[in-house]
Design a protein around this ligand. Structure first.
Ligand SMILES: [Mg+2]
Length: 215
């Protein structure tokens, strides 16, 4: 059975857009400047900045009278709940399944937060396995996490595909695990010379369609 693995943040779900909505909701009652908004976006680092550091810096910059742990806890509950797959992604995953593909999500991050994101996005029903580094003790780009995902999705790694936006974790990792890869370029140029994705796609729905068409 053919295997399709997908990254979660900024792949199956547009985290950037959801983060923008969160920032708008968080800052609206606090009246921050355009300059602050750009600063918050940079501080987030595409989600890579630990939330304790993120909120500690935010509290200082905006002079908020709220304890950092309270903000982190609120984030942990509120942010994952906002996750949704675009209709095109949902359709693509349903089509893949109807064609007999085994589907898995492979994501790096906290088990609780990433699990809640996947559930909110409806992915528990759409894929065969949701594999989270925080739960498995291995992370992309390590080969082991792709092996575990294949195992849990009930398919072999051979003839499998990986779709993702991160050149190293998703494409380098997928390539290293013997998967064919589709990179969501999002307007960026491919940054590496020693390996490259098999395909590039402008958005996740297109990436899924390309995989189904190529196999
Ligand atoms: Mg990603």
């Amino acid at each position: 059975m053919a295997l399709l693995l997908c990254d979660l943040d900024d792949t199956l779900v547009d985290r950037g857009r959801i983060f923008g909505q969160w920032v708008a909701d968080f800052t609206r009652p606090r009246g921050v400047s355009e300059h602050d908004l750009a600063w918050i976006d940079a501080l987030d680092g595409g989600g890579m900045t630990p939330r304790e550091d993120f909120f500690a810096a935010l509290v200082q910059r905006l002079r908020l009278a709220v304890p950092v742990p309270d903000l982190v806890e609120e984030w942990t509950h509120d942010f994952p709940r906002r996750y949704r797959c675009d209709p095109g992604v949902r359709e693509g995953l349903l089509d893949a399944r109807a064609e007999g593909w085994s589907l898995g999500v492979v994501t790096n991050g906290d088990a609780n937060v990433q699990g809640r994101k996947a559930t909110a996005a409806g992915l528990d029903e759409l894929v065969d396995a949701v594999c989270i580094s925080g739960a498995l003790g291995v992370r992309k780009p390590e080969r082991r996490i792709f092996e575990l995902a294949a195992e849990r999705a009930g398919a072999a790694l051979d003839n499998g595909w990986m779709i993702g936006d991160n050149p190293e974790a998703d494409i380098g990792g997928g390539h290293g695990a013997g998967l064919r890869t589709v990179w969501l370029s999002r307007g960026r140029n491919w940054p590496h010379h020693d390996y490259k994705p098999d395909q590039q796609a402008p958005d996740p729905a297109a990436a899924i369609r390309q995989v189904l068409a190529a196999s």
